[in-house]
Ligand binder design. Structure first.
Ligand SMILES: *Cc1c(COP(=O)(O)O)cnc(C)c1O
Length: 413
Protein backbone atom coordinates (compact mmCIF):
# COMPACT_ATOMS: atom_id res chain seq x y z
CA UNK A 1 0.00 0.00 0.00
CA UNK A 2 1.28 3.45 -0.88
CA UNK A 3 0.80 5.46 2.28
CA UNK A 4 1.03 8.75 0.44
CA UNK A 5 -2.06 7.91 -1.57
CA UNK A 6 -4.62 9.06 0.98
CA UNK A 7 -7.57 8.06 -1.14
CA UNK A 8 -6.60 4.46 -0.51
CA UNK A 9 -6.83 4.96 3.25
CA UNK A 10 -10.41 4.66 4.38
CA UNK A 11 -12.19 4.46 7.72
CA UNK A 12 -13.13 0.81 6.95
CA UNK A 13 -9.48 -0.16 7.40
CA UNK A 14 -9.70 0.84 11.07
CA UNK A 15 -12.23 -1.91 11.69
CA UNK A 16 -9.85 -4.49 10.21
CA UNK A 17 -6.40 -3.51 11.47
CA UNK A 18 -6.69 -1.63 14.77
CA UNK A 19 -7.25 -3.45 18.07
CA UNK A 20 -10.95 -2.88 18.68
CA UNK A 21 -10.62 -0.81 21.87
CA UNK A 22 -11.89 2.45 20.32
CA UNK A 23 -14.87 3.53 18.26
CA UNK A 24 -13.62 6.63 16.43
CA UNK A 25 -15.82 8.95 14.37
CA UNK A 26 -16.45 8.02 10.75
CA UNK A 27 -14.35 10.83 9.23
CA UNK A 28 -10.54 10.85 9.15
CA UNK A 29 -8.91 14.19 10.04
CA UNK A 30 -5.94 14.96 7.81
CA UNK A 31 -5.04 18.56 8.62
CA UNK A 32 -5.42 21.01 11.49
CA UNK A 33 -4.71 24.70 11.98
CA UNK A 34 -5.57 26.48 15.21
CA UNK A 35 -9.05 25.30 16.21
CA UNK A 36 -10.03 24.06 12.75
CA UNK A 37 -9.57 20.56 11.37
CA UNK A 38 -10.14 19.22 7.85
CA UNK A 39 -11.04 15.68 6.87
CA UNK A 40 -10.16 13.65 3.76
CA UNK A 41 -13.01 15.28 1.82
CA UNK A 42 -11.86 18.78 2.70
CA UNK A 43 -14.79 19.28 5.11
CA UNK A 44 -13.94 21.72 7.90
CA UNK A 45 -14.63 21.09 11.59
CA UNK A 46 -14.42 23.37 14.62
CA UNK A 47 -12.42 21.60 17.31
CA UNK A 48 -13.81 21.91 20.86
CA UNK A 49 -12.17 18.60 21.85
CA UNK A 50 -8.53 19.63 21.49
CA UNK A 51 -7.37 16.02 21.30
CA UNK A 52 -8.75 15.52 24.85
CA UNK A 53 -7.19 18.61 26.44
CA UNK A 54 -3.88 18.02 24.67
CA UNK A 55 -3.82 20.66 21.93
CA UNK A 56 -3.76 23.59 24.36
CA UNK A 57 -2.38 25.82 21.61
CA UNK A 58 -4.53 24.41 18.84
CA UNK A 59 -3.19 22.50 15.85
CA UNK A 60 0.21 23.27 14.34
CA UNK A 61 0.92 26.35 16.49
CA UNK A 62 3.84 28.15 14.78
CA UNK A 63 5.99 28.17 17.96
CA UNK A 64 5.66 24.41 18.31
CA UNK A 65 6.18 23.76 14.61
CA UNK A 66 9.36 25.84 14.72
CA UNK A 67 10.70 24.10 17.84
CA UNK A 68 9.98 20.66 16.39
CA UNK A 69 11.53 21.57 13.06
CA UNK A 70 14.68 23.01 14.61
CA UNK A 71 15.16 20.10 16.99
CA UNK A 72 14.44 17.58 14.22
CA UNK A 73 17.61 18.69 12.46
CA UNK A 74 19.74 18.59 15.62
CA UNK A 75 19.14 15.50 17.78
CA UNK A 76 16.18 13.13 18.05
CA UNK A 77 17.05 10.63 20.71
CA UNK A 78 19.92 9.59 22.97
CA UNK A 79 18.15 7.61 25.79
CA UNK A 80 18.83 8.27 29.47
CA UNK A 81 22.31 6.86 29.25
CA UNK A 82 23.02 10.44 28.16
CA UNK A 83 21.23 13.64 29.05
CA UNK A 84 20.23 16.37 26.61
CA UNK A 85 19.70 20.13 26.50
CA UNK A 86 15.92 20.26 25.82
CA UNK A 87 15.19 17.95 28.78
CA UNK A 88 17.27 20.05 31.16
CA UNK A 89 15.70 23.22 29.80
CA UNK A 90 12.13 21.97 30.30
CA UNK A 91 12.89 20.53 33.75
CA UNK A 92 14.29 23.90 34.84
CA UNK A 93 11.17 25.72 33.62
CA UNK A 94 8.88 23.32 35.50
CA UNK A 95 10.89 23.70 38.70
CA UNK A 96 11.11 27.49 38.45
CA UNK A 97 7.32 27.74 38.17
CA UNK A 98 6.06 25.17 40.70
CA UNK A 99 6.56 23.77 44.22
CA UNK A 100 8.90 21.12 42.82
CA UNK A 101 12.68 20.59 42.88
CA UNK A 102 12.98 17.45 40.75
CA UNK A 103 11.44 16.17 37.52
CA UNK A 104 11.08 12.71 35.98
CA UNK A 105 10.07 12.66 32.32
CA UNK A 106 7.98 9.96 30.70
CA UNK A 107 5.76 9.71 27.63
CA UNK A 108 2.15 9.48 28.81
CA UNK A 109 -0.05 10.41 31.72
CA UNK A 110 -0.26 6.81 32.85
CA UNK A 111 3.53 6.50 32.99
CA UNK A 112 3.88 9.71 35.00
CA UNK A 113 1.30 8.39 37.48
CA UNK A 114 2.95 4.98 37.53
CA UNK A 115 6.19 6.72 38.51
CA UNK A 116 4.37 8.81 41.13
CA UNK A 117 2.77 5.76 42.74
CA UNK A 118 5.99 3.76 42.70
CA UNK A 119 7.84 6.73 44.22
CA UNK A 120 5.24 7.10 46.98
CA UNK A 121 5.37 3.38 47.82
CA UNK A 122 9.16 3.30 47.72
CA UNK A 123 9.50 6.42 49.84
CA UNK A 124 7.16 5.08 52.54
CA UNK A 125 8.82 1.66 52.59
CA UNK A 126 12.35 3.05 52.73
CA UNK A 127 11.63 5.80 55.20
CA UNK A 128 8.97 4.29 57.48
CA UNK A 129 7.90 0.68 57.18
CA UNK A 130 7.42 -2.15 54.66
CA UNK A 131 3.74 -2.11 55.68
CA UNK A 132 3.14 1.53 54.76
CA UNK A 133 1.67 0.78 51.34
CA UNK A 134 -1.99 1.84 51.38
CA UNK A 135 -3.03 4.14 48.55
CA UNK A 136 -6.20 6.17 48.94
CA UNK A 137 -7.96 7.12 45.73
CA UNK A 138 -11.41 8.43 44.78
CA UNK A 139 -14.49 7.13 43.02
CA UNK A 140 -14.73 8.27 39.39
CA UNK A 141 -11.05 9.23 39.27
CA UNK A 142 -8.93 8.39 36.24
CA UNK A 143 -5.17 7.93 36.29
CA UNK A 144 -4.34 5.97 33.13
CA UNK A 145 -4.44 2.42 31.76
CA UNK A 146 -1.33 0.65 33.04
CA UNK A 147 -2.46 -2.04 35.45
CA UNK A 148 -1.30 -0.13 38.55
CA UNK A 149 -2.81 3.21 37.46
CA UNK A 150 -6.07 1.69 36.25
CA UNK A 151 -6.40 -0.18 39.56
CA UNK A 152 -5.83 3.06 41.45
CA UNK A 153 -8.39 4.80 39.23
CA UNK A 154 -11.92 4.93 40.54
CA UNK A 155 -13.81 3.02 37.86
CA UNK A 156 -13.73 -0.73 38.43
CA UNK A 157 -15.13 -1.38 34.96
CA UNK A 158 -11.74 -0.35 33.53
CA UNK A 159 -9.68 -2.58 35.84
CA UNK A 160 -11.91 -5.67 36.14
CA UNK A 161 -11.26 -8.67 33.94
CA UNK A 162 -7.48 -8.65 33.97
CA UNK A 163 -6.79 -10.97 36.89
CA UNK A 164 -5.34 -10.12 40.31
CA UNK A 165 -4.94 -6.40 40.88
CA UNK A 166 -2.16 -4.60 42.73
CA UNK A 167 -3.17 -4.69 46.40
CA UNK A 168 -3.76 -2.18 49.19
CA UNK A 169 -5.68 0.42 47.19
CA UNK A 170 -8.90 1.87 48.62
CA UNK A 171 -11.49 4.10 46.96
CA UNK A 172 -13.71 6.62 48.73
CA UNK A 173 -16.15 9.32 47.56
CA UNK A 174 -14.59 12.51 46.16
CA UNK A 175 -15.00 15.77 48.08
CA UNK A 176 -15.86 13.82 51.23
CA UNK A 177 -13.28 14.52 53.93
CA UNK A 178 -14.94 12.23 56.49
CA UNK A 179 -14.56 9.34 54.07
CA UNK A 180 -10.83 10.02 53.84
CA UNK A 181 -10.60 10.30 57.64
CA UNK A 182 -12.23 6.91 58.01
CA UNK A 183 -9.58 5.11 55.91
CA UNK A 184 -6.35 7.07 56.33
CA UNK A 185 -3.88 5.68 58.90
CA UNK A 186 -0.17 5.20 59.59
CA UNK A 187 -0.06 2.51 56.90
CA UNK A 188 -1.12 4.99 54.21
CA UNK A 189 1.67 5.95 51.81
CA UNK A 190 -0.29 8.22 49.48
CA UNK A 191 -3.52 9.95 48.60
CA UNK A 192 -3.93 10.58 44.87
CA UNK A 193 -6.52 12.85 43.26
CA UNK A 194 -7.33 15.10 40.33
CA UNK A 195 -8.12 18.64 41.54
CA UNK A 196 -10.72 18.58 38.76
CA UNK A 197 -11.79 15.06 37.82
CA UNK A 198 -11.64 14.98 34.02
CA UNK A 199 -12.90 11.64 32.72
CA UNK A 200 -15.06 11.24 35.82
CA UNK A 201 -17.40 14.13 34.97
CA UNK A 202 -15.60 17.47 35.59
CA UNK A 203 -15.99 17.40 39.38
CA UNK A 204 -13.94 20.16 41.03
CA UNK A 205 -12.43 19.61 44.46
CA UNK A 206 -13.61 22.08 47.07
CA UNK A 207 -11.07 24.21 48.96
CA UNK A 208 -12.14 22.65 52.28
CA UNK A 209 -11.63 19.18 50.87
CA UNK A 210 -8.17 19.77 49.44
CA UNK A 211 -6.89 21.65 52.46
CA UNK A 212 -8.37 18.95 54.70
CA UNK A 213 -6.71 16.16 52.70
CA UNK A 214 -3.40 18.07 52.85
CA UNK A 215 -3.64 18.21 56.66
CA UNK A 216 -4.51 14.53 56.93
CA UNK A 217 -1.57 13.57 54.72
CA UNK A 218 0.76 15.61 56.93
CA UNK A 219 -0.69 14.04 60.07
CA UNK A 220 -0.17 10.47 58.82
CA UNK A 221 3.07 11.01 56.84
CA UNK A 222 1.31 10.15 53.59
CA UNK A 223 2.29 11.81 50.33
CA UNK A 224 -0.29 13.88 48.48
CA UNK A 225 -0.25 13.26 44.73
CA UNK A 226 -2.09 15.61 42.37
CA UNK A 227 -2.80 14.19 38.96
CA UNK A 228 -2.90 17.32 36.81
CA UNK A 229 -2.52 15.40 33.58
CA UNK A 230 -5.79 16.89 32.30
CA UNK A 231 -6.39 19.96 34.46
CA UNK A 232 -2.82 21.32 34.39
CA UNK A 233 -0.78 23.48 32.00
CA UNK A 234 -3.04 26.50 31.94
CA UNK A 235 -6.32 24.72 31.28
CA UNK A 236 -8.07 26.03 34.39
CA UNK A 237 -6.57 29.51 34.22
CA UNK A 238 -3.37 29.03 36.22
CA UNK A 239 -0.28 27.07 35.21
CA UNK A 240 -1.39 24.28 37.54
CA UNK A 241 -4.75 24.04 39.25
CA UNK A 242 -3.32 23.49 42.76
CA UNK A 243 -2.21 27.16 42.76
CA UNK A 244 -5.88 28.13 43.15
CA UNK A 245 -6.16 26.20 46.43
CA UNK A 246 -3.33 27.75 48.43
CA UNK A 247 -1.71 24.38 49.12
CA UNK A 248 0.83 22.26 47.26
CA UNK A 249 1.08 18.51 46.69
CA UNK A 250 4.18 16.39 47.34
CA UNK A 251 4.06 14.92 43.86
CA UNK A 252 2.39 16.30 40.74
CA UNK A 253 1.92 14.68 37.36
CA UNK A 254 1.53 16.51 34.07
CA UNK A 255 1.01 15.27 30.51
CA UNK A 256 -1.63 16.02 27.86
CA UNK A 257 -1.08 19.79 27.21
CA UNK A 258 2.56 19.59 28.34
CA UNK A 259 3.65 18.72 24.80
CA UNK A 260 0.78 20.47 23.01
CA UNK A 261 0.28 17.32 20.92
CA UNK A 262 3.72 15.75 21.15
CA UNK A 263 3.69 12.79 23.59
CA UNK A 264 5.44 13.73 26.83
CA UNK A 265 4.69 13.61 30.54
CA UNK A 266 6.40 14.66 33.73
CA UNK A 267 6.32 13.76 37.40
CA UNK A 268 7.36 16.56 39.72
CA UNK A 269 8.39 16.24 43.34
CA UNK A 270 10.49 17.74 46.11
CA UNK A 271 14.16 17.28 46.94
CA UNK A 272 13.39 15.43 50.19
CA UNK A 273 11.15 12.86 48.52
CA UNK A 274 13.37 12.35 45.48
CA UNK A 275 16.39 11.75 47.73
CA UNK A 276 15.37 8.12 48.31
CA UNK A 277 15.67 7.34 44.59
CA UNK A 278 18.97 6.27 43.00
CA UNK A 279 20.19 5.18 39.54
CA UNK A 280 18.39 2.06 38.35
CA UNK A 281 15.38 2.16 40.70
CA UNK A 282 13.03 3.39 37.94
CA UNK A 283 13.39 4.43 34.32
CA UNK A 284 12.17 4.65 30.72
CA UNK A 285 13.86 4.64 27.32
CA UNK A 286 12.08 7.59 25.75
CA UNK A 287 11.53 9.79 28.84
CA UNK A 288 13.12 13.20 28.31
CA UNK A 289 13.37 12.63 24.56
CA UNK A 290 14.91 15.76 22.93
CA UNK A 291 12.16 16.19 20.31
CA UNK A 292 9.42 15.95 22.94
CA UNK A 293 11.20 18.27 25.37
CA UNK A 294 12.02 20.86 22.71
CA UNK A 295 8.32 21.05 21.82
CA UNK A 296 7.50 21.02 25.56
CA UNK A 297 9.77 24.03 26.14
CA UNK A 298 8.07 25.98 23.35
CA UNK A 299 4.60 24.99 24.62
CA UNK A 300 5.54 25.96 28.17
CA UNK A 301 6.83 29.40 27.17
CA UNK A 302 3.77 30.06 25.02
CA UNK A 303 1.23 28.96 27.64
CA UNK A 304 2.86 30.37 30.79
CA UNK A 305 1.65 33.95 30.28
CA UNK A 306 -0.82 36.15 32.10
CA UNK A 307 -2.84 36.97 28.99
CA UNK A 308 -3.29 33.26 28.16
CA UNK A 309 -4.54 32.60 31.72
CA UNK A 310 -6.85 35.63 31.64
CA UNK A 311 -8.16 34.46 28.26
CA UNK A 312 -9.15 31.12 29.75
CA UNK A 313 -11.72 32.62 32.11
CA UNK A 314 -13.03 35.00 29.43
CA UNK A 315 -13.45 32.12 26.98
CA UNK A 316 -15.13 29.96 29.62
CA UNK A 317 -17.63 32.77 30.16
CA UNK A 318 -18.31 32.96 26.42
CA UNK A 319 -18.70 29.17 26.18
CA UNK A 320 -21.19 29.17 29.03
CA UNK A 321 -23.10 32.14 27.58
CA UNK A 322 -23.40 30.31 24.24
CA UNK A 323 -24.37 27.02 25.91
CA UNK A 324 -26.94 28.86 27.99
CA UNK A 325 -28.49 30.30 24.82
CA UNK A 326 -28.85 26.75 23.52
CA UNK A 327 -30.24 25.69 26.88
CA UNK A 328 -32.84 28.50 26.92
CA UNK A 329 -34.07 27.27 23.57
CA UNK A 330 -33.89 23.50 24.04
CA UNK A 331 -33.73 22.83 27.80
CA UNK A 332 -30.99 20.20 27.79
CA UNK A 333 -28.47 21.12 30.52
CA UNK A 334 -28.86 21.04 34.29
CA UNK A 335 -25.52 22.64 35.27
CA UNK A 336 -22.07 23.69 34.07
CA UNK A 337 -19.08 21.99 35.70
CA UNK A 338 -15.30 22.02 35.84
CA UNK A 339 -12.93 24.97 35.79
CA UNK A 340 -11.66 27.19 32.99
CA UNK A 341 -11.55 25.41 29.65
CA UNK A 342 -12.06 22.05 31.29
CA UNK A 343 -15.76 22.67 30.92
CA UNK A 344 -18.65 20.30 31.44
CA UNK A 345 -22.32 20.69 30.59
CA UNK A 346 -24.38 18.13 32.48
CA UNK A 347 -27.40 16.81 30.63
CA UNK A 348 -30.67 17.24 32.47
CA UNK A 349 -32.86 14.35 33.54
CA UNK A 350 -34.49 14.02 30.10
CA UNK A 351 -31.15 13.39 28.36
CA UNK A 352 -29.20 11.48 31.02
CA UNK A 353 -27.17 8.68 29.44
CA UNK A 354 -27.30 10.26 25.98
CA UNK A 355 -23.97 12.13 25.85
CA UNK A 356 -22.71 9.94 23.04
CA UNK A 357 -25.70 10.89 20.85
CA UNK A 358 -24.80 14.56 21.24
CA UNK A 359 -21.20 13.74 20.27
CA UNK A 360 -22.17 11.81 17.18
CA UNK A 361 -24.56 14.46 15.93
CA UNK A 362 -22.01 17.19 16.69
CA UNK A 363 -19.61 15.60 14.20
CA UNK A 364 -22.44 15.46 11.67
CA UNK A 365 -22.72 19.25 12.01
CA UNK A 366 -18.91 19.61 11.87
CA UNK A 367 -17.97 20.39 15.43
CA UNK A 368 -15.82 18.12 17.59
CA UNK A 369 -16.80 17.75 21.26
CA UNK A 370 -16.25 15.16 24.02
CA UNK A 371 -18.19 13.44 26.74
CA UNK A 372 -17.15 12.63 30.31
CA UNK A 373 -19.22 9.63 31.22
CA UNK A 374 -22.67 9.21 29.72
CA UNK A 375 -24.36 12.36 31.02
CA UNK A 376 -21.79 15.17 30.81
CA UNK A 377 -20.66 16.89 27.62
CA UNK A 378 -17.03 17.99 27.83
CA UNK A 379 -15.36 20.90 26.08
CA UNK A 380 -11.54 21.05 26.17
CA UNK A 381 -10.67 23.39 23.31
CA UNK A 382 -7.43 25.20 22.58
CA UNK A 383 -6.68 27.85 25.21
CA UNK A 384 -6.20 30.31 22.33
CA UNK A 385 -9.40 29.53 20.44
CA UNK A 386 -10.86 32.76 19.02
CA UNK A 387 -14.24 34.15 20.07
CA UNK A 388 -15.39 33.79 16.44
CA UNK A 389 -14.48 30.10 16.46
CA UNK A 390 -16.36 29.59 19.73
CA UNK A 391 -19.47 31.26 18.27
CA UNK A 392 -19.17 29.45 14.93
CA UNK A 393 -18.73 26.08 16.69
CA UNK A 394 -21.64 26.77 19.02
CA UNK A 395 -23.91 27.65 16.08
CA UNK A 396 -23.05 24.25 14.62
CA UNK A 397 -23.53 22.58 17.99
CA UNK A 398 -26.98 24.20 18.37
CA UNK A 399 -28.07 22.44 15.17
CA UNK A 400 -26.76 19.14 16.56
CA UNK A 401 -28.72 19.66 19.79
CA UNK A 402 -31.87 20.44 17.81
CA UNK A 403 -31.44 17.20 15.90
CA UNK A 404 -30.77 15.12 19.05
CA UNK A 405 -34.02 16.44 20.47
CA UNK A 406 -36.03 15.71 17.35
CA UNK A 407 -34.59 12.19 17.23
CA UNK A 408 -35.43 11.65 20.93
CA UNK A 409 -38.95 12.94 20.39
CA UNK A 410 -39.56 10.71 17.38
CA UNK A 411 -38.31 7.73 19.43
CA UNK A 412 -40.68 8.64 22.27
CA UNK A 413 -43.71 8.54 19.98
C1 LIG B 1 -5.63 11.26 30.27
C2 LIG B 1 -5.36 11.11 31.71
C3 LIG B 1 -4.44 10.17 32.20
C4 LIG B 1 -3.76 9.17 31.32
O1 LIG B 1 -2.92 9.75 30.38
P1 LIG B 1 -2.41 8.85 29.14
O2 LIG B 1 -1.49 9.78 28.40
O3 LIG B 1 -3.62 8.45 28.37
O4 LIG B 1 -1.71 7.68 29.71
C5 LIG B 1 -4.15 10.17 33.55
N1 LIG B 1 -4.76 11.02 34.39
C6 LIG B 1 -5.67 11.92 33.96
C7 LIG B 1 -6.29 12.86 34.94
C8 LIG B 1 -6.01 11.99 32.62
O5 LIG B 1 -6.93 12.85 32.19
Amino acid sequence: MNHNNNHLITRDIFDKVILPVYAPAQFIPVKGKGSRVWDQNGDEYIDFAGGIAVNALGHCHPNLVQALHEQSEKLWHVSNVFTNEPALCLAQKLIDNTFADRVFFANSGAEANEAALKLARHYAIEKYSPYKTKIISFNHSFHGRTFFTVSVGGQAKYSDGFGPKPADIVHVPFNNLDAVKSVIDDHTCAVILEPVQGEGGLNSATVEFLTGVRELCDQFNALLIFDEVQCGMGRTGTLFTYEQYGIAPDILTSAKALGGGFPISAMLTTEAISSIMYPGVHGTTYGGNPLACAVGCAAFDTINKGDIFAGVSAKRALFIAELEKINQKFDVFSQYKGKGLLLGAELNIKYQGKARDFLNLATEFKVMILNAGTSVLRFTPSLVISDEEIKDGMARFAKAVEKVISVCQSQAI
